[in-house]
Design a protein around this ligand. Structure first.
Ligand code: IMP
Length: 197
């Protein structure tokens, strides 16, 4: 007996995130990107927390396009900077667009002379279906290195060293990072919710 996979939208066009979620979820769901449902707007992220922004994105898709949907939002929360860059992680350095190098340099400048280097990545995922709304989160604790290392990953990976490791995320393989990362953990928490739909 063949069975049609249920369709659900992941509110992103990031190919890495789409590949990652598709490989974890398997073939019980057909995961559609924003582009695949004809959404090419830049969904406004006007919230002041990760929870709000992931909710805004999922709600936008559910309301305008009708699809069941989940959306993520991630931030790097640094203890000595009162939780910054947090919800502003993608656009921490002033200027137009998302410049990872400039963001990382600003972070290292703001951390100069600070001995408390504890930090965490936190991902919040909001799932909205006809049955209602649910949120899950994934956290990885670690610290901010004094200098960047590694070529892998993206964003702040060269300066983030997870607890129990000496290597930055940028020195790990994708599989090593996914096994312990904020997003990997949030997706692991999402999976039982999807399987219960
Ligand atoms: P987003 O919500 O997934 O788009 O993440 C917001 C910002 O957080 C990104 O633009 C990156 O600067 C940073 N970020 C998110 N996830 C990671 C990661 O796994 N490694 C390094 N930086 C990340």
């Amino acid at each position: 007996m063949t069975h049609t996979p249920r369709r659900i939208v992941f509110a992103t066009n990031n190919p890495h995130k789409l590949d990652e979620i598709r490989s974890i979820v398997g073939d019980s769901f057909e995961i559609l990107s924003l582009k695949e449902i004809g959404c090419d707007e830049d969904i406004p992220e006007t919230g002041s927390t990760l929870d709000e922004n992931s909710h805004i994105k999922a709600r936008y898709v559910k309301t305008r396009y009708g699809y069941d949907c989940f959306a993520d939002d991630t931030g790097l929360e640094v203890e000595a900077l009162d939780g910054d860059p947090g919800v502003r992680s993608a656009r921490y350095a002033p200027g137009i667009g998302h410049d990872s190098q400039a963001n990382m340099e600003l972070l290292l400048r703001n951390m100069a002379g600070k001995d408390d280097r504890r930090a965490r990545f936190r991902t919040v995922i909001t799932l909205i279906t006809d049955a209602g709304e649910q949120q899950v989160e994934g956290i990885v604790e670690g610290h901010i290195a004094r200098t960047p290392s590694g070529e892998g990953g993206f964003g702040y990976d060269p300066v983030f060293v997870p607890v129990g490791e000496e290597r930055s995320f940028a020195l790990m393989s994708a599989a090593e990072k996914n096994a312990i990362s904020h997003r990997g953990r949030a997706v692991a928490a999402l999976l039982p919710l999807l399987n219960n739909l």
